[in-house]
Write a protein that binds this ligand. Structure first.
Ligand SMILES: Nc1nc2c(ncn2[C@@H]2O[C@H](COP(=O)(O)OP(=O)(O)OP(=O)(O)O)[C@@H](O)[C@H]2O)c(=O)[nH]1
Ligand SMILES: [Mg+2]
Ligand SMILES: [Zn+2]
Length: 294
């Protein structure tokens, strides 16, 4: 029998929807009991080998290929990159929220691209300066792409970033993650802006993660945004590793285990004073560190 290769794009009540990697056709597949006996449970994003049954109506999973990585929220395997969506107005996302997301991404060792969304709303000279400040801080560290669904800036560039990769969106509720996907691929027809104040999340957001195939190639996971962000499972002493701009300086600190918060003769603090490291980023690092001390 002919073994075919696919990627799991949905998984519900024991049926997997697998998208064939060659034909791009979706097929419902079932999971034989032996996987359950071996306690192997596929998740969205898994690459699988399957065979098509004689009637051509459904497939049977034969093999689940090893995962490159596995995210827990949302539960997805083989993610190539995180697209961190943020905005400076409606909502004005605090830099510390951005930095907390970046800490999580660095811990998972994932590539990240920051999308600064809703730039159509930044019209006053003060707001334009806010945008320039944002770019000055983050662009030396990560790629930052400004856009908006009104002005449609850089839409081609964003498509190139997503093309043929598995991406997951991240960002606070209301920053425009779903709108961005609809702008890039109108065929997706996802529901936007439907936020329940009681639940604090989109009313129609599906509770299970699914991979959305993009018509220009690649897959994306649209996640419900978070109202707040807690850094669970991270130790305060490892956070400094997730601020990549600190790393070139840390070996010059007087104390080998310097936290860069309290110690004297700290090379990271000196770099901040010399303007080589952003004061805002450093300050956020200290705030996160102290939050975790409590
Ligand atoms: N002015 C402006 N409004 C936008 C833009 N993008 C999205 N919006 C609006 O912002 C609101 C929230 O957009 P969504 O796309 O639902 O935001 P989301 O990030 O998916 O939110 P959650 O699903 O709750 O995480 C909607 O009313 C959108 O119309 C933009 O570029 N400019
Ligand atoms: Mg959404
Ligand atoms: Zn130090």
């Amino acid at each position: 029998m002919n073994w075919r290769k696919g990627i799991v794009i949905r998984f519900h009540s024991n049926t997997l929807t697998v998208r064939d990697l060659e034909t791009n056709i979706n097929i419902e597949c079932y999971l034989p009991g032996k996987f359950k006996l071996q306690k192997i449970r596929p998740i969205v994003g898994d690459y699988v080998e399957y065979v098509v049954e004689k009637n051509h109506e459904f497939g049977v999973i034969k093999n689940i290929l090893p995962r490159k990585n596995e995210l827990y929220r949302p539960k997805v395997a083989n993610v190539d990159q995180v697209i961190l969506v943020t905005s400076l107005k409606e909502p004005k996302v605090d830099y510390i929220i951005v930095d907390k997301f970046l800490v999580l991404v660095e811990k998972e060792q994932l590539d990240v691209v920051i999308i600064l969304n809703k730039i159509d709303l930044l019209t006053s000279s003060e707001e334009k300066k806010d945008m320039q400040d944002f770019l000055n801080i983050y662009n030396p560290l990560y790629p930052v792409i400004p856009t908006s669904k009104i002005t449609k800036d850089n839409i081609q560039l964003i498509k190139e970033v997503l093309k043929d990769r598995v991406s997951t969106l991240a960002g606070l509720s209301g920053v425009g993650k779903t709108s961005l996907l609809n702008m890039l691929d109108p065929d997706l027809k996802l529901r936007e802006g439907d936020i329940s104040p009681k639940l604090g999340r989109g009313r129609h957001t599906t509770t299970f993660a699914q991979l959305l195939p993009l018509k220009f190639g690649g897959f994306v996971v649209d996640t419900p945004g978070f109202a707040d962000l807690t850094l669970l499972g991270i130790d305060k002493d490892e956070i400094k590793l997730y601020f990549p701009e600190f790393l070139p300086y840390q070996s010059y600190c007087s104390f080998s285990n310097c936290s860069h918060v309290y110690e004297p003769e700290c090379a990271v603090k000196e770099a901040v004073e010399e303007g080589k490291i952003s004061y805002i980023r450093y300050n956020n690092y200290c705030v996160i560190y102290k939050e975790m001390e409590q």
